[in-house]
Write a new protein. Sequence first.
Lengths: 586, 84
Amino acid sequence: MTDFVHPTLLFILGALPIPFLRGPIGKAYLLLIPALAIVVVLTIQPGNYGAAQIIGQEILVAKVDKLSIVFATVFTIMALIGMVYALHLTHAGQHVAAFIYVGSALGVVFAGDYLTLFLFWEGMAFASAYLVFAQGGRKAVAAGFRYLMVHITGGVVLLGGIILHGVATGSLLFGPIEGEMGAAAYLILAGFTLNAAVPPLNAWLTDAYPEATVTGAVFMSAFTTKTAVYVLARAFPGTELLVWLGAIMALYGVIYAVLENDCRRLLAYHIVSQVGYMVAGIGIGTEMAVNGAASHAFAHILYKSLLFMGAGAVIYVTGRRKLTELGGLYRTMPLTVALYMVGAFAISAFPFFSGFVTKSMVVAAAGQDHRALVVLALTMASSGTFLHTGLKLPYYMFFGTDQKLEAREPPRNMLVAMGMAAVLCMAIGVFPQPLYALLPYPVDFQPYTGVHITESLGVLMFTALGFVLFLKSLDPENTISIDTDWFYRKGAKYFMWLAEKPLARYEKAVSNVSETAVLPFLHGAARTGLRIDVAGVDAVVNGVARSILRGGGALRRLQTGVVTHYVLAMIVGLIAAIVVFAVAWR
Amino acid sequence: MIKRAVDFFGDERYASQRRRLFYLVLVLVVIADFLVPREHAEYLWDRLPGWSAVYGFGSCVLLIFVSKFLGHQCGIMRREDYYD
C-alpha cells in the first residue's frame, strides 16, 4: 500500500481543512489538492490495491488498469479546472461538496468490488445534490429533492442487483458480467443506465443541472454520467441493447434541444446526446468502439465543461438564463464568446478540435461493425449538435437581438478555467496521439484522412446553411418541455391529490361509520361487560373474600395463647406424622 | 484580435462579407469532397461525393421540423408554469 495513494483519499481527507482556510492560502490549497491528484494518477501503476475481507466478502478498494486510468486522468484534470472556475466563491460548503463529489467519482472508477462501488456511487449522489441545493430558492430546492429521490431509487435498484449477483455468483468483485442476462444483470444495468441518463431514465439530469449553482453545474456536467459510462464499459461491453439505446439517446437529446429555451438545459440535453455516442460504442463492444467511447468521454468532459462554464459566465454576469431574454452580449463579452465557441467547435467535431478525433472513432467502429443505421443516426445527431450548441445557443445568447443588457467579462479565474479547457480541446484535436496512448486498447485509427475531413465539413457547413435558411423557425419560445420527469412530477401531484381528496374522504367515511354504528355497539358491549362484572365476577371475588375472612376468624379463635394447648397440638401432630410415615409411606 | 474576430460575426456592417465568405466555404467544401480520393468505401453513400452535404442539410431541416412538430402538435412544449 505504500506505493499507492488512493486519489479519493486526497480529495475526501483534503476536503476537511477547507472550511478553516481563508484568503490566498485557502485558494492555493483548493488548487494544490487537484494538482497533487493529477500527479498521483499520472504516476499510478496498474495493479490491485487494498484487498481485504469484510463480513465474509472480498473487498478490493482499488483495481487500477488502463480503462480506469483514462477516466481518472480526465477526472483529476477536470477537478483542477472546475476549482479554478469556482475559486472566487467564499462559501466553503460548495468546495467541500465538490471535493467529495470528485473523490467519490474517483472511488467508483477504481472500485474493484461492488460494495466499494456502491458506497462511492451514493457518495456522488449526495455530494452532487448539495451543489443543486446550494443555489437556494424554491425551484432549486425542489429540483434538488427530485434529483436526490431519483438517485436514491436508482441506488436501491443497483443494490438489489448487486445482492442478487453476489448470491448467484458468490463473488462481489466488479468486472464484466458474463453469461445470460438475468434479473441481477438487468437491475445493475438499470442502476448504471439511470446515472448515464439513458432515456427514459434521463430526466433527472435535464431537470437538475440547470438549477444548480453556476460553478456546481460545471462539476455535475463532468462526473455523474461519465462514471456511469465507465461502469458500463467495465461491466457491459458488447451488450446489444446499449447500441440501440445509445443511438436513440443521441437523437433524443438533440430533438429536445431544439425546443429548449433555458441555456444550461439545452446544454444538458446535449450531455444526453453525447453520452449516447459513448453508450452506443460500449454496446458495439469492439476494441475500437470501447476506445472510442473512452476517448469521447475524455474529450466530452473537457468541452462540455467549457460550454457550461461559458453559459455559467453569462448567467453569473447577467443573472438571466433564458434565450428569449438574452442577446447582443458579444460586444461586452468577446473573450467568453471566443472560449465558448472553442467548446462548441469541439463538441461539433470540427477538424482540429477534440470531438473530431474521438466521436469519429465511435462512428467508424459502428461502420466497421456493419451497422449502417447506427452510423446514419449518429451522423444526424452530429448535425443537430452543431445546430444547437454551435449555432442556436451562441446566436441567441451572444448575438441575435440586442437586449441592451449590462454585462462585462466574468472574473478572471473563470476566464482562466475556460482557457485551460479550451487549450486542451484544441490540443487533443491537433495532437490526438497522447490521448490515444492512454486508451485501453491499441489504437489503429487515423482521424485525419481527406475523406473524413471533407465529409465532416460537409455535414457541418450545410447544417449551418439549414440554420441560416430556417432561422425564424428556431426562435426560442417561452415554454418548458415535458420529459419523463412528468411521471413523477405530475405523479407526485396526483399522489398528493389522492392523499388529500379520496383518502381523506375515505377516512371521514370510516369515522362516520364508527360513530353511527360501531360506537353504540361498543357502548352496549361495555355496559354488558359492566353488568357481568358487577353481578358475576364481583360476586365470586366477594364470596371468596368473605370465606377467607370467615376462615381467618375461626383460626383466630383457635389461637388461645395457652402454652399447654400448643404443646398438645404439637404432640398430636407428631403422632399423626408417625402414623402417616408408618402406614402410608411403607 | 479576438474582439475583432467576434465583432466580425456580430456587427451588422460585416453582414454581406459574412454571407459571401459563408457561401464560398460551402462551395469549397463540396468541391473538395469531389476531389478527395475515396479508396475505402464501406457503404453506398461513401462513394457519393457531396453526400455529406446533402445529409447534413437534410438532417438539420428534419430535426428542426420534426422537433417543432412534436413540441407543438404532440403537447411536449407547455407553459412555464405547467408544473406549478
